[in-house]
Design a protein around this ligand. Structure first.
Ligand SMILES: NC(=O)C1=CN([C@@H]2O[C@H](COP(=O)(O)OP(=O)(O)OC[C@H]3O[C@@H](n4cnc5c(N)ncnc54)[C@H](OP(=O)(O)O)[C@@H]3O)[C@@H](O)[C@H]2O)C=CC1
Ligand SMILES: O=C1O[C@H](COP(=O)(O)O)[C@@H](O)[C@H](O)[C@H]1O
Length: 569
C-alpha cells in the first residue's frame, strides 16, 4: 500500500458533526450544511425522480433510455435511507481511473460524502480479481495532510466496497452480468453512476449496453462522459445524437475537469460578490484577457490519443474556452445550473469563430539540457514521424457583444514547455492622463494594472498595482496585492474530480457541459481546425522545455498585447 498522508476534515465536516441537522439529513450531510444547493439537499423532502430505461427504439436498432418522469411515492422517499449508490468505473484498468477517479472516490468516502450504502465497481476487459483491483487501487490512494487518525482503516473500509467485473465494452451479456453483480449489492432503491473512463470510440457501445442491460430500474442512472466529445462540430453532433438514443440530456454529465478546479469555481464569486471587480469587467477598463496553459512534460505515453486531437482540441476548445465563458458571461439569473449554462452559451454564441490568421501552432522538438536528452514529439513511437499535430497553439478570439467588443481574448496552450501552470491574466487599460507617466518612461505597459488568477500550481489571486517605493524620493514600482491560497487557506484543496464526482452523485449539473454549450464551442473552432488540416500548416518547432514558438509573440503584438507570463520570468 502507498504511503498515506491524511485527508483533511473540512470545516464543513466539523460543522456537520456537531449539528443536530445531521440526524435528519443522513445522506451527504457534511456538504449540505456548507454549500446548500437547490438541487440536492432538500432531497429528503422533495420527491425523487427516477430516470430509467424505457423502450427500445427498434427503428434503428438503438435503445432509448429516457427519463420516465415517474415520481416515486412517499413510500420511496422514506426509503431513501435504504438506497444504494453503485458507481461503475468503465475503463478501470486505465490511467485516468487509477490516477484520478478511484482516489477521488476514496477522498469523498473519507470525507463522509458518499451515502451509507455504496459500492464501486471497476469494469474493463483486463482480467482481474476483486483483490487484484483492490491492490491496484490501493497503490494510488493517498490521504492528505493534517488529520492522520483512521486513514488506513478508512482505506481498508473503502477497498472492501470495491469490486471488479471483466467484460467487453460492446457485449450486452457482459453488462447483464454486471447488472446481476450490482443487484447483489443493492438494497431496495438503487442509483447507478457510470464513469466512462475509456477512449471515445467506445462511448456509444458502453452506453448502449449499460442502458439496455445494467440500468437502475427504480432509481436514477447517470453517465459521466470524459472528453474528447468529438473532433469537430459534425462528429460531436453525431456523438450527442447517438448518446441521446440511449440517455436523456439530464442523464449525461459531460465532464471538463477544469470546471472543478477551485480557482475556476471561484471566478463567479470573485466577479459577482465583490463590488470592486464587477464595474471594471468590460471593454471600458479591460484591455485584454489572457488564458494560459502550459505543461513541462510532453505527451509521454499518450501520443496515440494526442496525435488524433492536438492541443487545440485537447485544451483550448474545452478547458480554456470554458474558463473564458465563465469569465465573460453576463450575470446569471441565479446560481442554478441551467441559468449559468444558459449565460455561458450566450457568450459562446456571441463569439467570432476563430480565424486561421488569428492563431499560430507549434510542435516541440528534441532538446538536450544539463546532459539530459528530452525527446521531440515525433520521437514518440506512437506518433507518426511526419505528424503535423500541434503541441502548442496561441489564438486571439473576440466576443461581439456590448461588454467585450474589441477586447482580445488571447489563449496560449502548450506541452513540453519550461513550466507547468494555468492562469487567467486580465490586463487593464492605461490610466488616462496619468500624473506619474514620466516615472514609466515611454513604456506605459509597465504601469498596466493586472489581475492574475493562478489556477495551478500554487493557487492564488494577485493584483498588480503601481506603488511608491518608500523613501524620500518618488520612485514607483509594481507590487502585488497577493492572495496566496497556501498562506490564507492552509488546508489542502480537493482535487477537481472530487467536486465533479460529488456533483454528479447529487445531480448538480452546473459544472458539466450542456449539449448546446458543446455545439457552440465546436462551432468556434471547427472552421480553423479544418483549414489548418486541409492546408497542412506546418507547426513552428520549439525546443522541449522552452517558452514555445516566437510566433505567439507576433500574434499578441498584432493586437498590441504582451503576454503577461513573460513579465513573471
Ligand atoms: N489520462 C488522463 O490524464 C486524461 C484522460 N482523459 C480521457 O479519459 C478517458 C480515459 O483516459 P485514460 O485512462 O488515459 O485512457 P486509457 O488509454 O488508459 O484507456 C482506459 C482503458 O480503456 C481500455 N482501452 C484502451 N484503449 C482501448 C481501445 N482501443 N479499445 C477498447 N478499449 C480500450 C483499456 O482497458 P482494457 O484493455 O482493460 O479494457 C484501458 O485501460 C479518455 O477518454 C481520455 O481522453 C481526459 C483527461 C485526462
Ligand atoms: O484534459 C487534459 O488535461 C490534462 C491537464 O490536466 P491538469 O489538471 O493536470 O492540468 C492534460 O495533461 C491532458 O493532455 C488533457 O487531455
Amino acid at each position: 500500500m502507498a504511503t498515506h498522508t491524511m485527508i483533511a476534515h473540512s470545516s464543513s465536516s466539523a460543522l456537520a458533526a456537531s449539528s443536530p441537522l445531521k440526524e435528519t439529513l443522513p445522506l451527504f450531510t457534511t456538504r449540505s450544511l456548507t454549500f446548500p444547493r437547490k438541487s440536492s439537499f432538500s432531497r429528503l423532502r422533495l420527491r425523487f425522480f427516477a430516470e430509467k430505461l424505457s423502450q427500445l427504439d427498434s427503428s434503428n436498432g438503438c435503445a432509448s433510455l429516457q427519463d420516465s418522469g415517474e415520481h416515486l411515492t412517499e413510500e420511496h422517499d422514506t426509503k431513501e435511507e435504504s438506497s444504494t449508490l453503485s458507481i461503475t468505473v468503465v475503463g478501470a484498468s486505465g490511467d485516468l481511473a487509477k490516477k484520478k477517479i478511484f482516489p477521488a472516490l476514496f477522498a469523498l468516502f473519507y470525507e463522509g460524502c458518499l451515502p451509507q450504502d455504496f459500492s464501486v465497481f471497476g469494469y474493463a476487459r483486463t482480467k482481474l480479481t476483486h483483490e487484484e483491483l483492490r491492490v491496484m487501487i490501493s497503490r494510488t490512494l493517498t490521504c492528505r495532510i493534517d488529520q492522520r487518525e483512521n486513514c488506513v482503516d478508512k482505506m481498508d473500509q473503502f477497498l472492501k466496497r470495491c469490486f471488479y467485473h471483466s467484460g467487453q465494452y460492446n457485449s450486452e451479456d457482459d453488462f447483464a452480468e454486471l447488472n446481476t453483480k450490482l443487484k447483489e449489492k443493492e438494497v431496495y432503491l438503487s442509483n447507478r453512476l457510470y464513469y466512462l473512463s475509456i477512449p471515445p470510440n467506445i462511448f456509444v457501445d458502453v452506453v448502449r449496453c449499460a442502458s439496455l442491460r445494467a440500468s437502475s430500474v427504480n432509481g436514477w442512472t447517470r453517465v459521466i462522459v470524459e472528453k474528447p466529445f468529438g473532433r469537430d462540430s459534425e462528429s460531436s453532433g453525431g456523438l450527442t445524437r447517438c448518446l441521446k438514443q440511449y440517455l436523456t440530456e439530464e442523464q449525461i454529465f459531460r465532464i471538463d475537469h477544469y470546471l472543478g478546479k477551485e480557482l475556476v469555481e471561484n471566478l463567479s464569486v470573485l466577479r459577482f460578490s465583490n463590488l470592486v471587480f464587477e464595474p471594471l469587467w468590460s471593454r471600458n477598463y479591460i484591455r485584454n484577457v489572457q488564458l494560459i496553459f502550459s505543461e513541462d512534460f510532453g505527451t509521454e505515453g499518450r501520443g496515440g490519443y494526442f496525435d488524433q486531437y492536438g492541443i487545440i482540441r485537447d485544451i483550448m476548445q474545452n478547458h480554456l474556452l470554458q474558463i473564458l465563458a465563465l469569465f465573460a458571461m453576463e450575470t446569471p439569473v441565479s446560481l442554478d445550473a441551467e441559468d449559468i449554462r444558459s449565460e455561458k452559451v450566450k457568450v459562446l454564441r456571441s463569439m467570432k469563430p476563430l480565424l486561421l490568421q488569428d492563431m499560430i501552432v507549434g510542435q516541440y522538438k528534441g532538446h538536450s539540457k544539463g546532459g539530459k536528452a528530452y525527446p521531440g514529439y515525433t520521437d514518440d513511437p506512437t506518433v507518426p514521424k511526419n505528424s503535423l499535430t500541434p503541441t502548442f497553439a496561441a489564438a486571439a478570439m473576440f466576443i461581439n457583444n456590448a461588454r467585450w467588443d474589441g477586447v482580445p481574448f488571447l489563449m496560449k496552450a502548450g506541452k513540453a514547455l519550461h513550466t507547468r501552470g494555468a492562469e487567467i491574466r486580465v490586463q487593464f487599460r492605461h490610466v488616462p492622463g496619468n500624473l506619474y507617466k514620466k516615472n514609466f518612461a515611454t513604456d506605459l505597459d509597465k504601469a498596466t494594472n493586472e489581475l492574475v488568477i493562478r489556477v495551478q500550481p500554487d493557487e492564488g489571486i494577485y493584483l498588480r498595482i503601481n506603488n511608491k517605493v518608500p523613501g524620500l524620493g518618488m520612485r514607483l514600482d509594481r507590487s502585488d496585492l497577493n492572495l496566496l491560497y497556501r498562506s490564507r487557506y492552509p488546508r489542502e484543496i480537493p482535487d477537481a474530480y472530487e467536486r465533479l464526482l460529488l456533483d454528479a452523485i447529487e445531480g448538480e449539473r452546473r459544472l458539466f457541459i450542456r449539449s448546446d454549450e458543446l455545439d457552440a464551442a465546436w462551432d468556434l473552432f471547427t472552421p480553423a481546425l479544418k483549414e489548418l488540416e486541409q492546408k497542412k500548416i506546418v507547426p513552428e518547432l520549439y525546443p522541449y522545455g522552452s517558452r514555445g514558438p516566437v510566433g505567439a509573440h507576433y500574434l499578441a503584438s498584432k493586437y498590441n498585447v504582451r503576454w503577461g507570463d513573460l513579465e513573471d520570468a
